[in-house]
Design a protein around this ligand. Structure first.
Ligand SMILES: [Zn+2]
Length: 505
C-alpha cells in the first residue's frame, strides 16, 4: 500500500477568515503539527510465528520508536482495541500478553475492544486495571467500579489535542445476560453528546475520536457501528480513528469534514497522521495521513521481546504440545455445518459429550483442517480460536424448530450453526421447520431436550433474535456451564485413537 495525501480544508468561509487573518495579523498565526500513530485489532500477533503476513507487535514497536525519534515531542500513540484474544499467547495468559505492549511501548491511549470481554467481565476489569492510566472509554464501564475517563487533553509541540475514547456499544447482543448485567453501556453517540461541551470548554486545537467501531458504506441494519452517524452529527471531530471490522481504510473524509482512518488488523499497518493546527485560532488547517505497511525487513524490537518472553515461551510449548488421541484421517472444515462439515461435526460431538446434551447447535469457528495423526496445541487453537464456553438450555420441540428455522435463514453467514442430534424438515424460504426425530430415543415425556451451543451464539449477535428470546425464558434454564469449547474438543480427541469423523447419525 503506497502513501497517500489528503487535505481536510475548512469550509469556504472559514478559509476566507483564515486568509484574512493571515493578511491582517501575520505574526499571530502560528502553524504547528502533531503526529498521531494508531494500531488496532492486533489480536495477539506478537511475532512472525503468529501470522502468515509480516506485521506484528515486535515490528510495529521498532517503527514506533523510529517515528518518535524523528518527530520528537510531537507524537501521540493510540490503540483502538481487540488485543486480548487471537493467539496462543493471549489465550494462555487470559488476555494479559496482549495488553503488555501497551505498557512497554508507552502508549498514550488505549480504547478496549469487544474481545477484551472474552474472558468475562471480571477479567476485563483486571486487564483494564493493568493499564488504567491510558484507558479512555466513555461509553462502557463495570458497574460498581470507577467509570473510565472518556477523554483527555494531550499537549504536544504546543498543540492541545483532545482525544476521546469510545468502545463498541453492542455488548448486549454479544454477551449472555448474566455477564452483560455487570456492565454499564451506552451508545457512543450519547457519550459524545454528553462530553463534547466539556471538551469544547477546554479549548482544544484539535479533537480526535478513537473508537472500537468501524465505518461502513451503506447502512448497518443492526446499528453495531455508529461512525457514519457520528461523523455526520459531530463535524467538530477532526480525526476519527476506527477499528473492529478489520478493514484497511487508508484515510477518507466522512461527513462534512472529519477525517477517518483504520489500519486493518494483526499489525499489518501502522496508521500515521499529521495534524497541522493554527494555534491562534484553535483550528485544524490540514490532516495528512499514510498507512505504513509493516514489512518483513523491519527488525523486531528486542525490548518488547524481552518483556514478552515468558508469554512467548509458554505459547511455543503449547504450540508444539501433542494432544492425546489420534485421527485416522483429516477433519475438513469445508461443507455445510449439520450436513457435510466435519469440523462442525467434531465440535458438536465434543459438546454433547461434555454436557450430556441430546442436541447441539454449532458451526465451524475457522477454516482450519485437522491433519491425520496427532493434533498439536496449535492445530487445536486454530480450530477453536475463540474463548467460547458451552451453554445449555432445555427446549421444547417447537422452540428447537423455531431456532433451527432462524439459523436456516442465515445459512450463508459465517456464524450459521447446523443441527446435530436431531433431524429437521425445513419449510420453503425457511419460515418454519419441524423436528422430525431425535437421533437417539423418543422425545422425552416432559417435552424438553437439553440443547448445547456456544456462549457467543447463545447471546444472539442481534442476528438470532428468536434464539435469544427463547433462551431468555426462565423455563429453558439457560446455563453457562463454563466448560470451554476448546477443552471439550481436546477431551473428546484424547479419549480416541484413530478417530474417524463422518457427518450425521
Ligand atoms: Zn478485532
Amino acid at each position: 500500500m503506497g502513501g497517500f495525501g489528503y487535505v481536510n480544508y475548512l469550509e469556504f468561509w472559514k478559509v476566507c477568515g483564515f486568509l484574512l487573518c493571515l493578511l491582517t495579523c501575520p505574526l499571530l498565526a502560528e502553524l504547528r503539527d502533531v503526529v498521531i500513530m494508531q494500531t488496532t485489532d492486533m489480536h495477539g500477533v506478537f511475532e512472525e510465528e503468529d501470522s502468515p503476513q509480516p506485521g506484528s507487535w515486535l515490528r510495529i514497536a521498532t517503527m514506533v520508536k523510529r517515528i518518535r525519534q524523528r518527530e520528537e515531542g510531537k507524537c501521540i500513540l493510540v490503540d483502538c482495541g481487540d488485543n486480548a484474544q487471537g493467539t496462543l499467547a493471549t489465550a494462555l495468559s487470559r488476555g494479559m500478553a496482549g495488553i503488555l505492549p501497551l505498557k512497554t511501548m508507552n502508549y498514550d491511549v488505549w480504547v478496549p475492544g469487544n474481545h477484551e470481554l472474552d474472558y468475562g467481565v471480571e477479567r476485563f476489569g483486571e486487564l483494564t486495571d493493568a493499564v488504567n492510566d491510558i484507558v479512555l472509554c466513555g461509553n462502557l464501564y463495570i458497574k460498581g467500579k470507577e467509570p473510565f475517563p472518556a477523554w483527555r487533553m494531550f499537549e504536544r509541540n504546543g498543540v492541545k489535542v483532545a482525544v476521546i475514547g469510545v468502545s463498541a456499544s453492542y455488548a448486549k447482543n454479544w454477551l449472555l445476560a448474566e455477564e452483560y448485567d455487570k456492565l454499564h453501556v451506552e451508545k457512543a453517540f450519547q457519550t459524545l453528546e454528553r462530553i463534547l461541551p466539556q471538551v469544547h470548554q477546554a479549548k482544544p486545537d484539535a479533537i480526535v475520536l478513537a473508537a472500537h467501531q468501524a465505518w461502513f458504506e451503506g447502512s448497518d441494519t443492526r446499528g453495531v457501528n455508529e461512525i457514519s452517524t457520528i461523523a455526520k452529527c459531530f463535524p467538530e471531530i477532526d480525526v476519527i480513528l476506527g477499528a473492529h471490522s478489520h478493514r484497511l481504510l487508508s484515510g477518507q473524509r466522512l461527513g462534512r469534514r472529519s477525517w477517518y482512518m483504520q489500519p486493518g488488523c494483526h499489525g499489518e499497518y501502522l496508521g500515521v497522521v499529521r495534524v497541522t493546527v493554527d494555534t491562534e485560532r484553535h483550528a485544524v488547517v490540514s490532516v495528512e495521513g499514510a498507512m505504513q505497511a509493516v514489512k518483513v525487513d523491519v527488525a523486531e524490537d528486542e525490548e518488547l521481546r524481552d518483556a514478552l518472553s515468558d508469554y512467548l515461551t509458554a505459547a511455543k510449548a503449547e504450540r508444539n504440545r501433542l494432544i492425546k488421541g489420534s485421527l485416522a484421517r483429516p477433519v475438513k472444515s469445508y461443507g455445510r455445518p449439520g450436513v457435510s462439515c466435519e469440523t462442525s461435526e467434531l465440535i458438536c460431538r465434543a459438546l454433547a459429550e461434555a454436557t450430556g446434551a441430546t442436541v447441539v447447535l454449532h458451526g465451524r469457528l475457522s477454516k482450519k483442517d485437522l491433519p491425520a495423526g496427532h493434533v498439536t496445541g496449535q492445530d487445536l487453537f486454530e480450530l477453536v480460536p475463540y474463548e467460547n464456553s458451552i451453554v445449555t438450555a432445555d427446549v421444547t420441540r417447537e422452540e428447537l424448530a423455531a431456532i433451527v428455522a432462524e439459523q436456516s435463514r442465515h445459512k450463508t453467514h459465517y456464524s450459521y450453526c447446523g443441527l446435530w442430534g436431531a433431524d429437521a424438515k425445513i419449510g420453503k424460504s425457511a419460515e418454519t421447520a419441524v423436528i422430525t426425530a431425535l437421533w437417539k430415543g423418543e422425545w422425552p415425556a416432559n417435552g424438553r431436550v437439553k440443547l448445547a451451543l456456544n456462549n457467543h451464539t447463545a447471546a444472539g449477535s442481534g442476528r438470532f433474535t428468536v434464539l435469544r428470546s427463547i433462551l431468555d425464558k426462565p423455563e429453558c434454564h439457560t446455563t453457562d456451564t463454563k466448560i470451554m469449547t476448546r477443552d471439550a474438543v481436546e477431551a473428546y480427541l484424547a479419549k480416541r485413537e484413530n478417530l474417524v469423523i463422518s457427518v450425521g447419525r
